[in-house]
Design a protein around this ligand. Structure first.
Ligand code: G
Ligand code: G
Ligand code: MN
Length: 687
């Protein structure tokens, strides 16, 4: 037995319990047996002593039977005293006459009454050292003898000690044997089981590495078999879990979690597969990049959760609307793609597909609590033409085509053309030029008059809108629609916005100084400026620098910018009105016009978008929109301004419906500051 085994044996709590129980049991049994056997031993000893005494006296008695004299009997008796442990002897005859007496006989006569054949066990004195016995002899005499039994206690003790020693040895041997057997057949397999269970518990993936070798045909053997089977099942279930997790991970890396559609990587791989196919006769791969315009606005108004649901339903409808062979993917957020493969590169069938997709997916979404929702679905299309299809390139081109739709209002899909790439490049070079434009003095403001419509009277100047102009040294005038987005994406919008604010405040200061009066100026804020936390501070600084009262300044933000983040908009507008600056909502009616949010915003005016004003008197729809916006403004108590007024007919329509202010070429085009001053400010001051 190795040292480790010995140690494990000694620290085996179970073995100790069993062995100690066995030990205790043997001890109990032995002690129960020891008491009567010691008694038996003692009485046997006493009997032997009595027997010896009887045998020692008998010859003397026999002699008396042959007529020996009492003296001889007396002498024989005296002779017997001191031998065979005899201490005293008393003999009487049948008539109870005293025949002989020797040694210690005090009280011995009492024994004669109980005389029994062969003396019986006799009567032991309380101190145990002497025992008296009496018996009737064959010769008709009655003999009483006192025997020395002083040594009996010692012998009994020695006997007990011997037995106890023996028991101790038996107990030790049995205990040790029990421990050994327990160790071999219980402890060792149990320790193996424990080690296996601990190991498998700590590393269930490798559960099968911890199987316990089983060579036994008993209950423990069955336990080990059951344990091994359990390990096998754990390993199996772990393996299945792992495989499921791997499948899921593989699925996730290839799919968009929200809609379950293949993702960008899967799309690119799909196009690569198409490219790898043997080039057929002019096979043509078209990539349709499907975008939900205004999705951010929907997100802001309905909450991410409902919009996720909307995206899921849209994905489902898109999948169903596309031909079954087409590859539909979800790139993320509001961008999807459909990859369509056709035998030839005719634009017609792809355009038809785009129309179908828009028709099938744009309308009729009912979300709980939001009523029926329509989506603005736009599709940018790129085609592989004669080239081998390339996923990233097709995506890029479709993106350019999509961006063009945003400009060309009304269209729902657009094809990529090489000019788009050129335009993108041109935009990039324009963005580079814009960087130094402010410093070089190429940017300047122009002002367009705003006229108040007093009941009956002629329109009167009430303010001006400041509009930015860029005179490019080579290209000439660049439209703000073109360069403002560039300024936003390059981060220049901050300094340009501040330049406009300071120019407006400076102009008002000058007019005030020169004419004692200044019309209010409205400055346009881009979406990005509007989300800048330092906006209010910047405006306050510009007002302070020009020493212009805040109510002289107006800012215009587009409806779309205001709706991007409704909570933030409400906060920023609160800050601006706390400053005293007026706020108007620009391009009203083109975006997501929500009366609900408008009520939350601190707004002074709404501007009817030019596109509606343009169609006044020609399109009943436009009339209805203008009418509705005017009434909305009146019910909310905000001023309503109509922009892009070019005809008397439009003016009459607006006047009839109590439009507060008008702005447009009918009254004045945007002109540089000096011109505005002479034509409008000085003229009115003089009047
Ligand atoms: O009149 P004009 O073509 O300049 O206006 C085109 C668009 O450019 C308008 O919608 C107007 O809101 C925007 N715009 C003009 N000037 C500015 C400006 O200083 N800042 C911002 N953010 N937008 C402007
Ligand atoms: O910021 P806002 O979207 O309001 O920009 C006003 C734009 O409309 C500017 O580009 C301005 O030059 C233009 N504009 C203002 N009045 C008229 C008008 O009567 N006719 C046309 N065609 N454009 C106008
Ligand atoms: Mn404007």
């Amino acid at each position: 037995m190795r040292v480790g085994n010995v140690r494990s044996l000694f620290s085996c709590r179970l073995c100790w319990r069993i062995a100690l129980t066995v030990f205790g049991l043997i001890l109990a049994v032995e002690s129960v047996i020891l008491v009567p056997s010691a008694r038996r031993f003692e009485s046997g000893l006493l009997q032997r002593l009595a027997h010896e005494a009887v045998i020692a006296i008998e010859p003397t008695l026999a002699a008396s039977a042959y007529g020996a004299q009492a003296q001889a009997l007396e002498a024989g008796v005296r002779n017997a005293v001191g031998k065979y442990g005899i201490l005293g002897v008393l003999i009487v005859d049948a008539g109870n006459r005293h025949m002989a007496e020797a040694g210690d006989t005090e009280g011995l006569a009492r024994q004669l009454l109980d005389a029994a054949p062969m003396g019986g066990a006799g009567t032991r004195h309380p101190d145990g050292a002497r025992t008296d016995l009496a018996w009737p002899s064959a010769e008709g005499l009655t003999v009483a003898v006192r025997v020395d039994t002083g040594g009996v206690a010692g012998e009994v003790f020695a006997y007990t000690l011997r037995i106890a020693g023996l028991v101790a040895i038996i107990v030790l041997v049995v205990t040790a044997g029990t421990m050994l057997v327990l160790h071999r057949s219980v402890l060792r397999p149990m320790l193996r089981l424990r080690q296996s269970a601990l190991g498998a518990g700590a590393d269930p993936d490798r559960a099968e590495d911890f199987l316990v070798p089983a060579r036994r045909r008993d209950e423990l053997g069955e336990l080990i078999d059951a344990h091994n089977a359990l390990l096998g099942r754990i390993a199996e279930s772990k393996r299945r879990d792992r495989e499921a997790a791997e499948d899921r991970a593989r699925f996730l890396t290839r799919h968009q979690p929200l809609t379950g559609l293949p993702n960008r990587e899967a799309l690119i791989e799909h196009v690569r597969r198409l490219a790898a196919q043997p080039a057929g006769t002019g096979r043509c791969v078209s990539l349709l990049l499907v975008n939900l315009a205004q999705f951010r606005v929907l997100n802001a108004s309905f909450g991410a959760q409902r919009c996720d649901e909307l995206l899921r339903r849209f994905a489902e409808r898109l999948r169903r609307a596309a031909p079954a062979r087409d590859f539909v993917a979800h790139l993320g957020a509001d961008r999807f793609t459909v990859v369509h493969e056709a035998a030839q590169c005719g634009a017609g069938d792809v355009a038809g597909l785009a129309e179908t997709l828009v028709r099938e997916t744009a309308t009729g979404y009912v979300l709980d609590g939001a009523g029926e929702i329509s989506l603005v679905v736009r599709i940018g299309i790129s085609r592989s033409e004669a080239r081998s299809p390339d996923g990233p390139a097709l995506l890029n081109e479709a993106g350019l085509a999509l961006a063009r739709i945003a400009e060309a209002d009304g269209a729902r899909y657009s094809f990529y053309s090489p000019e788009l790439a050129e335009q993108a490049q041109a935009r990039q070079s324009l963005a580079r030029d814009l960087e130094g434009a402010l410093a070089r003095g190429e940017l300047f403001p122009v002002l367009q008059p705003k006229m108040a419509l007093a009941a009956g009277g002629a329109p009167r100047l009430s303010g001006a809108e400041a509009l930015l102009r860029w005179k490019h040294p080579v290209r000439g005038f660049v439209r703000p629609d073109l360069f403002i987005p560039l300024a936003e994406s390059s981060g220049l919008i901050g300094s340009i916005g501040e330049f406009m604010l300071r120019a407006a405040c400076g102009a008002m200061r000058g007019w005030e100084d020169r004419y004692g009066w200044a019309p209010r100026i409205a400055v346009n804020l881009s979406a990005q400026q509007f989300t800048d936390a330092r906006l209010a501070a910047g405006i306050a600084a510009a007002l302070e620098a020009g020493r212009v009262p805040a109510r002289q300044l107006e800012v215009e933000i587009t409806e779309t910018a205001a709706m991007k983040d409704v909570a933030k908009t409400a906060r920023t507008l609160g800050e601006l009105s706390a400053l005293g600056v007026r706020v108007s909502i620009d391009d009203f009616g083109t975006g997501y016009s929500s009366l609900n949010y408008l009520r939350r915003f601190a707004v002074d005016a709404i501007k009817i978008d030019k596109s509606f004003v343009d169609d006044i008197g020609q399109d009943a729809n436009a009339d209805a929109v203008c009418d509705a916006i005017l009434r909305l403004g009146q019910s909310l108590g905000t001023r309503v301004i109509a922009e892009g007024v070019e005809t008397e007919r439009q003016l009459a329509f607006l006047r009839q419906r109590h439009c507060d202010e008008v702005q447009g070429y009918l009254f004045g085009k945007p002109v540089p500051l000096e011109e505005f001053e002479t034509t409008w400010v000085a003229a009115r001051a003089a009047a």
